[in-house]
Design a protein around this ligand. Sequence first.
Ligand code: DGL
Length: 284
Amino acid sequence: MSSNTAPIGVIDSGIGGLSVLQSLLTALPHEHFVYLADNGHAPYGEKTDLFVRQRTHAIAQHLIDRHHIKALVVACNTATAAAIHELRARHPQLVLVGVEPALKPATQRTRTRRVGVMATKGTVASDKFQRLLASLDPATHFEVKACNGLALAIEQSTLPAQADAAQAEISRLLKQYVSELGAFGTHSGEIDTLVLGCTHYVFAQDQLQQLVGPEVQLISTGDPVARQTQRLLETTGLLNPHAAVARAHGRVNLYTTGDLAGLKAAAHRWLQLPASDCHLATNI
Ligand code: DGL
């Protein structure tokens, strides 16, 4: 039996899921969170399906065993595509929320009926993504790009020693992928909506917006995922009944299987969280 005061677990291959944690922190001010970044094995997007499944199970199990989480948010499109079905089967007692590229919302928002999608190779190649794509109204055309190297460069941009080179690589890859996707804009035949199908890419969204122009809508999934988590906790009676812990020390604990300095830098830069909230996770 889960306790309603237990933390919510959030996992990703690395720091991308911090973009989802950001939304969760705002939507659920009464909750505690434990975030696990599998940086030691990132990026997932260009690894085999089996590897991603094994790592996702290992880090989920770690949060269940060590942190007794009441809910798990898989804040990684690649891990969700590879492992969410098995996770549901293995942990039927757990409130489980995954993320998938926001193709459906994009069909409602596009006016030109041309939508760009950026995601990892693993997500794009997955059955889950291909089924989602096939289920949508063919009146909307999706231009899909597997953005090899981009999540890795975003990971590396948080490591002080690699930051400058990684930033240059991010700029180069963004330019390349945006130009390969086609013409952006609001005229007929142009892509007016761009789906960020990898949680890492949210941290490059200002640069992306500059490249595609101010009229193009960028769609990410942090806020809907936070709302879905809230709804599921409500219906299962697992919302934390205590007063808001928004600023309380220890409200969030972040763990990494990789570089602790990188996690500290990312947590500070993107969530204004102190280094003391960040820890190393070993033996996973
Ligand atoms: N952040 C992840 C996603 O949403 C994966 C990035 C990676 O590790 O390749 O797909």
